[in-house]
Design a protein around this ligand. Sequence first.
Ligand code: SF4
Length: 348
Amino acid sequence: MTQSFANLLINWYNNHQRDLPWRNTSAPYKIWLSEIILQQTRVNQGLPYYNKFINEYPSVHDLANAPEDEVMRLWQGLGYYSRARNLHECAKSIVNQYDGEFPSTYNELLKLKGVGKYTAAAIASFAFNQAVPVVDGNVFRVLARYFCVTDDIAQPKTFTKFFNIAKELIPEEQAASFNQAIMELGATICTPKKPACENCPLAQDCEARIHHKQSELPVKKKKIKIKHRYLYYLIWQEGGKLAMKKRGESDIWQGLFDFELIESDKALSTEDIIYKIDTLYKDIEIVEISEPVKHILSHQRLEAVFVELKSTTENILNDNSLKYYTKQQIEELPKPRLIENYLTSKNI
Ligand code: SF4
């Protein structure tokens, strides 16, 4: 069974794999970069970012030496910005602590910032052909269906169970191909909805197919709690410049730039917004209040209103980290997509 599972899978992969730039390399830098970009991102969305990063920073040294704002700017639009910060931190530590060479073992790779079990296994196997199985959503799905495993994959202990199943299956001398193949099968054939079992190399012995349980597997019980937030952005213009600030720690969009913000846990009426602004600032003229704009993040639902203001006497830059930026400077700043969309709508 072990031999035939791996053989069937690898033979299929050799004939059906998609041509992706990080597949034709064993360079750990490129593999690491692609894996970080592809965390929580579809291949089609991640591909242009991978190409941009490789063009801009052909080596880990180039990335390590780049200014953080520039790295964040290049990442803009991909979301989950902690990945970009960790990417940069990790590049610096590879250069400073590892002499510019990626460590070659799974355990050593796990010590790197932003590198979890999945990414460490991917680098160890793709770059160094170590027989460490990758276990991502695709692998969970293929194995859960093939062996009819009903454990809840949202439970941390289930990871170990699947890791051990894959460890039994992975051939020592073809670890990279096996890992690539099982992920590719999950991404293209054994998909979450309507898997193409008729084209699957594992169909004959697949328990889920035999017992018609594809839609029930894998089992995932955890519900994500969605938080609703209401954002009221205050926008000052002066001589064609806009007042913006860098976002601080322990919240979404850390290190990106947005405007002065009033936040509420419920939607405010126009009267409420005006009242709030009047109590916070003196001699302020409200120029325009936008319609609410909805913006969806993985665990948060945002509703943003943009309030354009004119200050007559008060210097609003006094007590906070706001700074005026020209249109050209704003283009260079890393910004959340919500802010980017607003600026585009205003031709800024
Ligand atoms: S036969 Fe169907 S359910 Fe089973 S592994 Fe293949 S695609 Fe997935």
